[in-house]
Design a protein around this ligand. Structure first.
Ligand SMILES: Nc1ncnc2c1ncn2[C@@H]1O[C@H](COP(=O)(O)OP(=O)(O)OP(=O)(O)O)[C@@H](O)[C@H]1O
Ligand SMILES: [Mg+2]
Length: 263
């Protein structure tokens, strides 16, 4: 599943939510990829080096799951592909979109990939990631101005998307009303929480932080998203082994052209 997390304007907590989702995701194999063209924040917040991260991932060729080499385990227990600060991140996002979008989509068929796309703007280099996502989470705090920023983007955004667009209310007030006004379904709300946000921004270490109200709210969003996709079957595909040749056993002729690698 590919999930994009972004916002219209302001800084309502997209990076915090994206990281929180990766940290409390109910299934294994989840990676947060910082794809905010304005630059990554998590390296500084968690005291990591941003490389190897998004720049290296975008420049490489890969198949299957996002290679562990590019992922860093943050102290909240989430794996993240970190981005450098500043405009250089936009170049990496462009490269990733240009060369790695198929690989990212492929990776999200067997694992969960959460992309933090930052501000959702019609000129954003991250827009193809938003367009390709199965679920797009748009955060909006309650002030009317932020709500209007989401509303103003809806006409072109809804046309660009292939997946589901969701509103995430921040602060909890008037979310149902905002959802009604914008005509956008709500996937959940995140409360204002100094403790929870402190943990998810690397400032606080609280052993049972997953019990904090912010973590519980983020977990509810994660569970709601998982409900859209059946859990992948962890068992390997069954292999049919024909008896060894040369003992009088003739394998049945292939019935589907191309099934056996032939014409
Ligand atoms: N639910 C919350 N409660 C309290 N503080 C929060 C919450 N979410 C985020 N914050 C704080 O708000 C600030 C901005 O959060 P964050 O970086 O997640 O925003 P953003 O939407 O990604 O903004 P930008 O990408 O523009 O920097 C951080 O200091 C973060 O700790
Ligand atoms: Mg951010």
């Amino acid at each position: 599943m590919l999930i994009a997390v972004g916002y219209g304007k302001g800084s309502p907590g997209a990076t915090t939510l994206g990281l929180g989702l990766a940290a409390v995701w109910p299934r294994p194999d989840v990676t947060l990829v910082e794809c905010d063209p304005a630059g990554g924040d998590l390296w500084a917040r968690f005291g990591h080096h941003p490389e190897p991260g998004l720049s290296a991932l975008a420049a490489s060729s890969w198949e299957g799951p996002i290679p562990g080499f590019f992922r860093q385990r943050l102290s909240v227990g989430a794996d993240a592909v970190l981005a450098i600060p500043g405009d250089g991140a936009a170049a990496s996002v462009l490269t990733l979109v240009d060369r790695g979008l198929d690989a990212l989509r492929q990776a999200s068929t067997t694992a969960t990939v959460i992309v933090d796309v930052g501000r959702v703007d019609i000129r954003s280099p991250a827009l193809p990631l938003v367009a390709a996502a199965d679920h797009v989470l748009l955060l909006s705090a309650s002030p009317l101005a932020q709500q209007a920023q989401v509303g103003a983007r809806l006409p072109w955004l809804s046309n660009a998307l292939s997946g589901e667009l969701w509103l995430v209310g921040v602060g909890g007030h008037r979310t149902a009303e905002v959802s009604h006004d914008l005509g956008l379904p709500v996937i959940g709300t995140v409360p204002y929480s100094r403790w929870g946000a402190g943990v998810l921004s690397g400032q606080l270490r609280i052993p049972n932080w997953r019990r904090l109200k912010l973590a519980r709210a983020v977990r509810r969003i994660a569970v709601a998203l998982c409900a859209f996709e059946p859990e992948p079957d962890p068992r390997p595909a069954r292999m049919v082994v024909w008896p060894a040749a040369g003992r009088g056993v003739v394998p049945p002729a292939p019935t589907l052209a191309g099934r056996w690698g032939g014409g």
